[in-house]
Write a protein that binds this ligand. Structure first.
Ligand SMILES: NC(=O)c1ccc[n+]([C@@H]2O[C@H](COP(=O)([O-])OP(=O)(O)OC[C@H]3O[C@@H](n4cnc5c(N)ncnc54)[C@H](O)[C@@H]3O)[C@@H](O)[C@H]2O)c1
Length: 366
């Protein structure tokens, strides 16, 4: 049974660990959060993510630990890094959690056999190359393999990807990573092998394309609304063109959540550093704001001032409890600040977060 190490078993890492365990790998997950590690090992972890609790309960060869040495003392050749990379104020990504792991690996000294680190976190293009350079003397190769998943369907998305993006240290390691996915995936994804730098750019660019498509749909929808035409019929017809496709092409809320807006900004920052200003990404962001303003005016015009406005969902997407950069919440806030009575009727887990941020700005109901 092959052993896989996973450093960071938060929202994404634990799903990857459980999906690998299910298909026959022995997985050692490392996390610095002691209480969380205990919950994982006691199988008492509560998760909003579908299938996590179910698969954890059934798992036999997945153990969690706070000690990275358990991975380094194991025969694991493939070690994934899945820690958080929060946004930096300048629009880039903060790699400090990866840096701490790299420092630990350096301290642990040269490995007796070659190990293959695989960074799964979202990083600034070029970062994985710097890690590779630092860890080469310690007998590590470094590859970059981000995943295209959505919160609320992470377990499913991991085993049914359209593409597996492998920014490989070398061809042999690329094949090893591909084999892992061939074992784990329930479909036949396209394997995209490239350099680390290309894969880092590709990860951000994919999300940038999706946000651009969303902004385009909203802009055309707003224009159609303004002109008295039929936004949804227009967009459905555009989406029926097989060169375009109907996914992400609806007239609805702007893009939000923990990935899309920040990947778009990060790509813009990288482009700026490369002296190639990415006008599309900038326009996409601006249209997202323009659309929010348009929606606000629509609500103010179409609903009488004394009519309470009930928001059943203010998380960034249906079924999620995350409110990060939620456009639904942004609209609710703008309406309340414009003097409207706004009632939040989302699930308790969302209401709690909204109360902490906005308190009495809203009324709340179940
Ligand atoms: N969650 C998503 O939907 C999603 C989607 C695409 C990409 N990503 C990317 O994947 C990465 C991980 O995201 P996430 O949502 O799982 O983050 P998360 O915050 O849920 O999990 C990160 C985990 O790493 C642990 N950790 C921090 N420092 C550590 C260390 N030194 N050693 C071991 N563990 C450590 C934390 O305790 C936490 O449990 C990020 O780069 C994110 O941008 C996430």
């Amino acid at each position: 049974m092959e052993t896989i190490g996973i450093l960071g078993i938060g929202k994404l890492g634990i799903c990857f660990a459980l999906n690998l365990e299910r298909v026959g790998y022995k997985v050692i997950g490392v996390d610095i959060n002691e209480a969380y590690v205990a919950e994982v090992n006691n199988k008492t972890l509560f998760s909003h993510e579908p299938l996590v609790m179910e698969y954890l309960a059934k798992s036999v060869h997945f153990t969690a630990t706070t000690h990275i040495e358990e991975v380094l003392n194991s025969p694991a050749k493939l070690i994934f890094i899945v820690v958080a990379t929060p946004s930096a104020p300048n629009g880039g990504y903060n790699h400090y959690q990866i840096e701490r792991i790299v420092a630990q690996l350096e301290q642990a000294g040269r490995q007796p056999f070659e190990r293959h680190l695989v960074i799964m976190c979202t990083t600034m293009p070029g970062y994985a190359d710097t890690v590779a350079k630092r860890l080469e003397p310690f007998n590590y190769t470094v590859s970059y393999n981000p995943e295209f998943i959505a919160q609320g369907s992470i377990m499913h998305n991991q085993v049914q990807p359209d593409q597996v993006l492998i920014g490989e240290a070398n061809e042999e390691v690329g094949k090893k990573i591909a084999r892992l996915y061939q074992t784990m995936c329930q479909n036949q994804p396209v394997y995209c092998h490239m350099t680390r730098l290309s894969a880092e750019i590709c990860k951000l660019a994919t999300n940038c394309f999706l946000t651009t498509k969303i902004s385009f749909a909203n802009a055309i929808g707003d224009l159609a609304t303004q002109a008295g035409a039929e936004p949804n019929k227009i967009l459905a017809a555009i989406g029926a063109d097989s060169r375009i496709g109907g996914q992400y092409l609806r007239h609805g809320f702007g893009f939000g959540g923990p990935c899309f807006p920040r990947d778009n900004r990060a790509l813009g920052k990288f482009a700026h550093e490369q002296n190639y200003p990415l006008l599309i990404g900038k326009a996409t962001d601006e249209v997202n704001q323009q659309h929010l303003n348009f929606q606000l005016n629509q609500y103010l015009q179409n609903f009488p001032p004394d009519e309470p406005l009930v928001f059943e969902q203010v998380s960034y997407k249906k079924g999620s409890v995350l409110i990060e950069e939620s456009q639904q919440l942004a609209l609710a806030v703008a309406l309340a600040r414009a003097g409207r009575q706004v009632i939040i009727a989302d699930v308790p887990a969302v209401q709690q977060q909204v109360k902490v941020m906005y308190g009495n700005l809203f009324e709340y109901t179940q």
